[in-house]
Design a protein around this ligand. Structure first.
Ligand SMILES: Cc1cc2nc3c(=O)[nH]c(=O)nc-3n(C[C@H](O)[C@H](O)[C@H](O)COP(=O)(O)OP(=O)(O)OC[C@H]3O[C@@H](n4cnc5c(N)ncnc54)[C@H](O)[C@@H]3O)c2cc1C
Length: 502
């Protein structure tokens, strides 16, 4: 039997559900094919505060609030020399979520159903192709045991590590040294004495790392990551307990605590893809690239990819002549994210405090995973430039601090996602970087073509005032905030210099 849908989504994790929710809201007929019965276990429980606004957008904020997940203000890390606390925001007001992924992912999947998606419990086993494009999937219906085929105008692969499309089309490009993560849940853990129990705990050891999270039911998850080669010499369980016996942060916390079941192994290796979009398909979330687990960005980037993919699909179906523009936009967005998170992970490995140990050294070199096409500004350098700007502004005031755009900064028409469509609009671009990868996002309301000529001013105050007059907007705090954010991003990228007038 042949079945048809507008969009077929493989996998109902955060990437697939988010794409489904957004597409259904845009009026598309969507089938989500998920092989497991939800709620199902999934690793990856720490969601940073930036996931919050996406939950609101997806319409699940209330359900997530009601689920009673632990909220945390930051992380406590250790490099073997005492705990170090890192807050998400200076006063600890921005909170993340420590979620049970079974419950969290079910909230998202249920929302996709209530938004209008058809959910089918099915294992996708093959692709249908016509004229060089992916045009559908072959799947086993897990309820009836029958093999069926479903055609779609587009197929979105959100199958996580299964990478249904990438594996079949040979798109996985590179991967890091193989890291295995052993995960177990514990009951009766003690409250920590040296740090808040809610914090994400991250401890670096010479031969790997430990990660721990307090969950809403009072249990604690503890994950130990190390090089897979170690399993040649000893069992995973032995290795797991050896890490905990040496743990500076968790030894006391786990004294007298009991594991529910022996630790289970998960692959924690990163990889990326040579293309994130092609004829008839897009790769979403982990089905495209995996961010190193130490970055805690997996769920964020999965949801983000789902939302962007929905705008891309909407554009392709509403304006077929924009197909090339929209798919290459998606490809570059994912490429850029993979590069950014690759760089973030690399900076963790480089600053582990164990630079000479093979585990950390080999993974810090996995900078080769970064995109060949984009050398990003390191995070530490971005943070340094932003805080230097803020310091100078506070010290000198907007009248004595001016801006000078570097010649590499230009304004060009580039594709961006806006209101459910991918459109061309004027953007700031770093011309040293190829194609749209050099695009610097500016918040809605900021017009780069208007701001660019004002980036030669001897005073920021004057830049703001002239912009407000020319754009005919009140010098309201919203405009000011958008301008300030844009200028800060350009300073981070090294595209604006600061000029002090005497
Ligand atoms: C050790 C470790 C720690 C992590 N910690 C964090 C963290 O703290 N914070 C964070 O944000 N992220 C973390 N992550 C990453 C995070 O778990 C993933 O990035 C996230 O789950 C990706 O979401 P997704 O929707 O792309 O894929 P998934 O969540 O994997 O969902 C894919 C879905 O597709 C289904 N599927 C697979 N194959 C098929 C098929 N053939 N047919 C139909 N359905 C199929 C699966 O059943 C699954 O439900 C961690 C990962 C690891 C390995």
């Amino acid at each position: 039997m042949l079945e048809h849908s507008d969009v077929v989504i493989i996998g109902g994790g955060p990437a697939g559900s988010s794409a489904g929710i957004a597409l259904a809201a845009l009026g598309h007929r969507v089938h989500v094919l998920e092989r497991r019965t939800f709620p199902r276990f999934q690793i990856g429980e720490s969601l940073p505060p930036k996931v919050g606004p996406l939950l609101e957008l997806l319409g699940v904020q209330k359900d997530v609030d009601a689920a009673g997940f632990v909220r945390m203000a930051g992380t406590t890390t250790s490099r073997g020399a005492g705990p170090e606390r890192h807050l998400y925001s200076p006063k600890g007001v921005e909170l993340g979520h420590q979620v049970d992924r079974g419950a969290f992912d079910q909230i998202l999947l249920e929302r996709s159903r209530s938004a209008g998606c058809s959910l089918v419990q099915a294992r996708v086993e093959g692709l249908v192709r016509s004229e060089g494009a992916v045009s559908g999937v072959v799947f086993r219906d897990e309820e009836t045991g029958t093999r069926r085929t479903m055609h779609g105008k587009l197929v979105l692969d959100a199958s996580g590590g299964a990478r249904v499309i990438a594996r079949r089309l040979g798109l996985t490009r590179r991967s890091s040294e193989k890291t295995v993560a052993l995960y177990a849940r514990w009951k009766n853990a003690k409250p920590p004495r040296d740090f808040p129990a809610e914090d994400t705990v991250f401890e670096m050891q010479e031969d790997g790392w430990i990660w721990s999270v307090l969950l809403g039911d009072g249990t604690r998850s503890v994950t130990v990551g190390f090089d897979v080669g170690e399993l040649r010499h000893r069992s995973g369980e032995e290795r797991y307990h050896s890490a905990l016996a040496r743990s500076e942060l968790l030894r006391g916390v786990l004294e007298g605590a009991v594991m529910f079941a022996p630790p289970r192994a998960h692959d924690a290796t990163w990889y990326d893809a040579s293309a994130y979009a092609g004829p008839g398909f897009l790769l979403l979330g982990d089905a495209g690239f995996v961010a190193d687990p130490l970055t805690s960005q997996g769920v964020y980037k999965a949801i983000h990819s789902g939302l962007v993919a929905a705008s891309v699909v909407n554009t392709i179906t509403a304006h077929p002549s924009d197909t090339e523009m929209a798919t290459s936009f998606y490809d570059r967005t994912q490429e850029r994210l993979a590069a950014t998170y690759g760089e973030l992970a690399r900076s963790f490995y480089e600053q582990s405090g164990y630079e000479q140990s093979p585990f950390w050294r080999d993974r810090a070199r996995a900078g080769t995973l970064r995109s060949d096409r984009l050398p990003p500004v390191p995070f530490s350098e971005r943070a340094r430039r932003r805080s230097e700007f803020m310091d100078q502004l506070t010290r000198l005031g907007g009248d004595r601090l001016g801006l000078r755009a570097r010649p590499e900064l230009i304004v060009e028409m580039r594709a961006v996602a806006s209101e459910g469509l991918i459109r061309n609009r004027a953007c700031f671009v770093d011309r040293r970087r190829p194609l749209a990868l050099g695009t610097i996002d500016s918040p809605p309301g900021v017009q780069p073509e208007r701001l660019h000529p004002l980036l030669t001013s001897p005073s920021i105050a004057q830049t703001f005032q002239t912009y407000a007059e020319q754009a005919n907007v009140p010098g309201s705090s919203e405009t000011a905030r958008g301008l300030m954010e844009t200028i800060s991003r350009l300073i981070e990228e090294g595209l604006i210099e600061l000029v002090v007038s005497v």
